[in-house]
Write a protein of this length. Structure first.
Length: 484
C-alpha cells in the first residue's frame, strides 16, 4: 500500500504518515513510496497510541471526579436489606406446593411463578404461609418479592425442575440506588483491528484497515461481509477437433421472501390456520413448487406444483388448518423457468406447533374464551383466577348469564340426544377435574361476585341469580381462558 493511500484510509495527510514512518525508522521518502503490511500495522498503532494518550490527558480530571463521587455515594447512602426463605416441591401431576417465610414483618408481598409459556402472580400478605398451584408441565422460576414504596424488590428466587421433587433456598438481597452517570467509550478497538473487505448491495468491494475507515464504509452502504452479487461462474469447454468453443453459464435462482402467520384458535377441539406469504423480489415472473408437512418433516404434501408469481408481487393463497398439538413446516423451490426445478434447492421455514387451550370456545363480547370446569373455592391461590373471568363483577350477573347461554348454544361432547339441556351433556362427571372434587355433587356455576364471604351465581339454564353459598366451600365452577 502506498503512503498516500494509507493517509486517505486514516483521514490524515501524507506528511503526517511520513513523519510517523520517520519516528518508527521506516525507510520511505515520498507519498508514492510503498509500505509493507507490517509497516502499515506499525503506523496504525502509532496514531492509535497518540489518540489514546490525548484522550486520557484531556479527560483525566473528569474520570477522577466520577470515581470520588461514586465512593462518597456508597459512604452516605444507606442500604436496605430484606431476607426470606422459599421452599417448593412438585408432584407427578404437576401440582406445585410453595412455602414462604419473611424474616421481617412485611405488609404486602408477591410470589411469581414463571415458565416458558405461563406466568402466575400470587399476592401474599402474611410473613409465612403455603400455597398450591396446578398444573405445570415446564421448569419453573419462582420469585419471592416484597412491595416497598410501590416498588417490587426481589427477596429470594429458586429454579424448580420437573425432574426435582423439592428445592429450597435462603438469601438476602440488597438494593442500592446509584446516581446516573454517562461515559462515552470508543465503539471499536484499533489495537485488535484486522483489515478485511466489505461489499455494497451492488457487489462493489471496499477494504477497511481501521475503525474510522470501517465506520465510513458502513455509512456509505458497504454492509455485507460476503459479496451479495458474485460474478457468475463460467465453464468453457473447447473441442479438440474444431476451432469452436462452448460456454456454460450458471443462472442464479430468483430472490424470494417467505413467512407464515397463524390465525386465532377456533372450534372446541382447537385449530389454527397457517397461511404462507411468498414474495417474488425479482422484476420478472418466477415459478414455485410449494410443499408442507404436518408430521415434523417425516413426509410432505404438495400445495402448488408450479405456482407463478409476478415480479414484485406477494401471494398468500396457500393455507393449511393445523390441529391442536400438531405442527407444520413449509418449504419451497423457486425457478426462472416454468415446471423446471431440477437445479433448485429447497428453502425451509422453521417448524411451528399449535397450542390451543382446552374447553368450549365462546365469543360474547368480541373476545374468544375457552370455558373449563374445575373444583375450587376462594383462597389466595384462586381469587385472581375468579377475578380474571370476563363476567366477574359485571352487570350484576347479566354477563355471567350471557356466557352460560353461549355454552348452552353449543352441542356438548356428551349430549345424550334428548330435549333437556343438562350439565352432563357438556361434562363427564365420572372423570377427574382440576382441584379436589371428592364428595361434591354435580354442579356448574358461573360465579360473578363474592359478597360477605358468599359466592353468587345464576342457576343453570336460568336467569335467576339465587345460587349463593359460602365461598370457602369447594364447588364445581367455570373458569375462562383467553384464546390466542
Amino acid at each position: 500500500m502506498k503512503v498516500f493511500e494509507l493517509a486517505n484510509k486514516l483521514g490524515r495527510s501524507s506528511k503526517e504518515i511520513l513523519q510517523a514512518a520517520e519516528y518508527l525508522e521506516i525507510l520511505v521518502k515520498t507519498k508514492s513510496s510503498i509500505l509493507s503490511d507490517e509497516e502499515v500495522k506499525q503506523i496504525i498503532k502509532y496514531f492509535r497510541k497518540r489518540r489514546l494518550l490525548f484522550f486520557f490527558k484531556r479527560y483525566f480530571s473528569v474520570f477522577l471526579l466520577i470515581i470520588l463521587l461514586t465512593i462518597l455515594f456508597f459512604i452516605i447512602t444507606p442500604q436496605n436489606a430484606t431476607s426470606g426463605e422459599i421452599y417448593a416441591s412438585i408432584d407427578e401431576q404437576g401440582e406445585v406446593s410453595v412455602e414462604w417465610k419473611f424474616e421481617d414483618s412485611v405488609e404486602e408481598g408477591s410470589i411469581v411463578m414463571e415458565s416458558e409459556s405461563l406466568v402466575v402472580f400470587i399476592e401474599v400478605d402474611e410473613n409465612n404461609g403455603e400455597t398450591v398451584e396446578c398444573c405445570f408441565e415446564e421448569d419453573l422460576n419462582i420469585l419471592l418479592l416484597i412491595t416497598d414504596d410501590d416498588e417490587l424488590i426481589e427477596v429470594n428466587s429458586l429454579d424448580l425442575s420437573l425432574s426435582n421433587t423439592s428445592t429450597s433456598t435462603t438469601s438476602t438481597t440488597t438494593t442500592t440506588t446509584l446516581p446516573p452517570t454517562t461515559t462515552t467509550l470508543p465503539e471499536c478497538n484499533d489495537e485488535d483491528f484486522k483489515p478485511y473487505t466489505l461489499y455494497d448491495s451492488d457487489g462493489n468491494a471496499n477494504t477497511v484497515i481501521s475503525c474510522r475507515n470501517e465506520q465510513d464504509a458502513l455509512a456509505s452502504g458497504f454492509e455485507f461481509t460476503v459479496n451479495p452479487k458474485p460474478p457468475p461462474s463460467t465453464t468453457t469447454t473447447t473441442s479438440t477437433t474444431t476451432t469452436t468453443s462452448t460456454t456454460t453459464t450458471t443462472i442464479p435462482d430468483p430472490s424470494s421472501s417467505i413467512s407464515q402467520s397463524l390465525s386465532s384458535c377456533s372450534g372446541p377441539s382447537g385449530t389454527r390456520t397457517s397461511t404462507l406469504s411468498l414474495t417474488n423480489n425479482e422484476s420478472y415472473t418466477a415459478y414455485y413448487l410449494i410443499e408442507y408437512s404436518t408430521n415434523s418433516g417425516s413426509s410432505y404434501s404438495t400445495a402448488q406444483t408450479n405456482q407463478s408469481i409476478s415480479g414484485g408481487a406477494t401471494n398468500t393463497a396457500n393455507s393449511v388448518v393445523v390441529s391442536d398439538g400438531s405442527s407444520i413446516i413449509w418449504r419451497f423451490k423457486d425457478s426462472r423457468t416454468s415446471n423446471d426445478f431440477s437445479n433448485a434447492s429447497y428453502e425451509i421455514l422453521s417448524v411451528v406447533t399449535v397450542d390451543c387451550p382446552d374447553g368450549y370456545y365462546v365469543n360474547v363480547d368480541g373476545s374468544t374464551y375457552a370455558l373449563g370446569l374445575e373444583c375450587r373455592n376462594w383462597n389466595n391461590n384462586t381469587k385472581a383466577r375468579f377475578r380474571a373471568n370476563p363476567w366477574w363483577m359485571n352487570d350484576n350477573g347479566d354477563t355471567a348469564v350471557d356466557y352460560m347461554n353461549a355454552l348452552i348454544a353449543l352441542t356438548g361432547d356428551y349430549d345424550d340426544g334428548d330435549n333437556d339441556v343438562e350439565m352432563t351433556d357438556y361434562f363427564d362427571y365420572s372423570s377427574s377435574f382440576p382441584g379436589n372434587c371428592s364428595g361434591l355433587s354435580q354442579g356448574l356455576s358461573f360465579v360473578f361476585k363474592r359478597d360477605s364471604g358468599s359466592f353468587h351465581a345464576p342457576e343453570w339454564n336460568s336467569s335467576i341469580y339465587n345460587e349463593i353459598w359460602n365461598s370457602s366451600n369447594r364447588a364445581y365452577v367455570i373458569f375462562a381462558e383467553l384464546v390466542p
